[in-house]
Design a protein around this ligand. Structure first.
Ligand code: LLP
Length: 427
């Protein structure tokens, strides 16, 4: 595939894998493995693609991307997205701190989601002057009111409503049904807005919704937003001035070998949402995570050993489930590509890490050109929910991260040391 027709910045040039023009083998040699490699160019391209899709579908609609920091919270990536005009969707005081450090000029475009916000986190967000709190319960409304009064601030709020819409995705990342812990049942929302309007220090100005993640169909987004629109109209008739509609994130990508045209698919997503927003006179906020960063990143690993157990062949890599947990946690598929193509025969293998768990695998019975000890392999589409979900299990340090931009790579997080890993412990 040529670089322009591929949804990924990782392509082969003369049998060697390159990321946006930079040789992946050279990166692995310089920075060691496991190594996360991201293309800044590809992330920026996705942000522009999404912005342009909405500009085309709804030229008069004011749309702001609030990148979901949890997908990849690298400071360098946040800085870049801030410069590209994005706001941010945060879910903790820690993520707020990242935005303050990496993109201080964008703090006014931050939305704060999450079911368990604590007083100190509310205080920090009120002091920073974020755009919107997405409140998920009445108890949270009360605490936020209390904190806003104590700090002499006003909190702009949206209620995150649960629209009871089913979206086909993995059960762990589906959120829009009443069986899930998220949001306030849409049927009760009108009454809760009245309560919010009566509490000091709160200004209800938005409605938000998020139905889940890695959703490939556009219809569920439209259905959820249509329910939100009806609510906005009811609230306005109740005298509550709603200026923001936050449609959440969740737009999915293709992890497998299937054809995927990100520009075309995001255009249909934009069309679906724009149709519902038509004439509503509200600013649309979006919280994309995966769509912006997943395909821009790969986890590069080196094969340590291969072995045969009965009729099973195992390829043991230096990356493990603690570096990329998605296969173990969600039975997620990630393409695995050799970093240098060989003409060795294909072989069925389990690609596994060194961690002491049977769940520590990247692929099972995958047909790949034979991999040998010392070879490098790239786990694709690892730019979202890879590094952010990494753990220290088995006392393994976090991978290093490099960002490729304009044909050059720079280290954006060096490999941790064991001293750092144990620094907070007391003997
Ligand atoms: N907004 C809210 C309120 C969210 O909860 C999420 C993701 C997003 C936005 C961004 O969703 P995205 O556009 O990235 O789908 N670890 C899982 C995904 C968990 C998603 C959690 N919430 C995975 O690796 O698939």
């Amino acid at each position: 595939m040529s670089p322009s027709s591929s949804p990924r910045p990782f392509v082969y040039v003369q049998d060697r894998l390159v990321c946006s023009g930079v040789d992946v083998t050279a990166l692995a040699e310089q920075y060691g493995t496991p190594l996360y490699v991201y293309s800044a160019d590809a992330i920026r391209e996705r942000a522009t693609m999404l912005q342009q899709a909405f500009a085309a579908a709804a030229p008069r609609l004011n749309t702001t991307l609030c990148y979901a920091v949890k997908a990849n919270s690298s400071l360098a990536i946040l800085k870049m997205l801030g410069e590209a005009g994005c706001g941010f969707d945060i879910v903790s005081g820690g993520e707020l701190e990242r935005v303050k450090r990496a993109a201080p000029q964008s703090v006014g475009k931050v939305v704060f989601s999450g079911v368990g916000k604590q007083a100190w986190e509310m205080d920090a967000a009120l002091q920073a002057g974020i755009l919107l709190f997405n409140v998920e319960s009445e108890a949270e409304l009360e605490l936020l009111s209390e904190r806003a009064v104590a700090l002499n601030k006003t909190a702009r709020i949206a209620l995150r409503v649960n629209p009871d819409v089913f979206a086909e995705t993995h059960p762990y990342i589906s959120t829009g049904l009443s069986a899930h812990k998220f949001g306030i049942a849409i049927a009760r929302a009108r009454a809760v807005y009245q309560r919010a309007a009566s509490l000091p220090g709160l200004k209800p100005e938005g409605v938000s919704v998020h139905i889940g993640s890695q959703i490939r169909a556009v219809e569920p987004f439209g259905q959820a937003l249509a329910r939100v629109r009806s609510l906005v109209e009811e609230l306005r008739s109740d005298g509550i001035a709603i200026h923001y509609v936050d449609a959440g994130g969740g737009f999915g990508i293709e992890y497998g070998e299937g054809a995927f045209d990100p520009a075309a698919s995001v255009a249909s997503y934009a069309k679906e949402l724009a149709a519902v927003m038509q004439g509503l006179d509200a600013q649309l906020l979006l919280e994309p995570g995966r769509f912006l960063v997943a395909q821009a990143g790969a986890l590069v690993t080196r094969v340590l050993y291969t072995k045969q157990n009965g009729d099973k062949h195992f390829v043991i890599t230096d990356a493990a489930m603690n570096d990329l947990i998605r296969p173990a946690l969600y039975q997620a598929h990630h393409e695995i590509w050799p970093v240098v193509k060989s003409d060795r025969a294909p072989q069925k293998a389990d690609i596994v890490g060194p961690v002491c768990e049977s769940g520590d695998f990247f692929a099972r019975d995958r047909l790949l050109p034979e991999l040998e000890a010392g070879d490098l392999a790239a786990l694709l589409d690892a730019g979202a929910y890879g590094m952010t979900l990494a753990s220290h299990y088995n006392t393994r340090v976090h991978p290093a991260e490099v960002l490729v931009e304009g044909g050059a790579a720079r280290l954006v997080r060096r490999r941790e040391t064991l001293d750092e890993l144990m620094a907070a412990e007391i003997l």
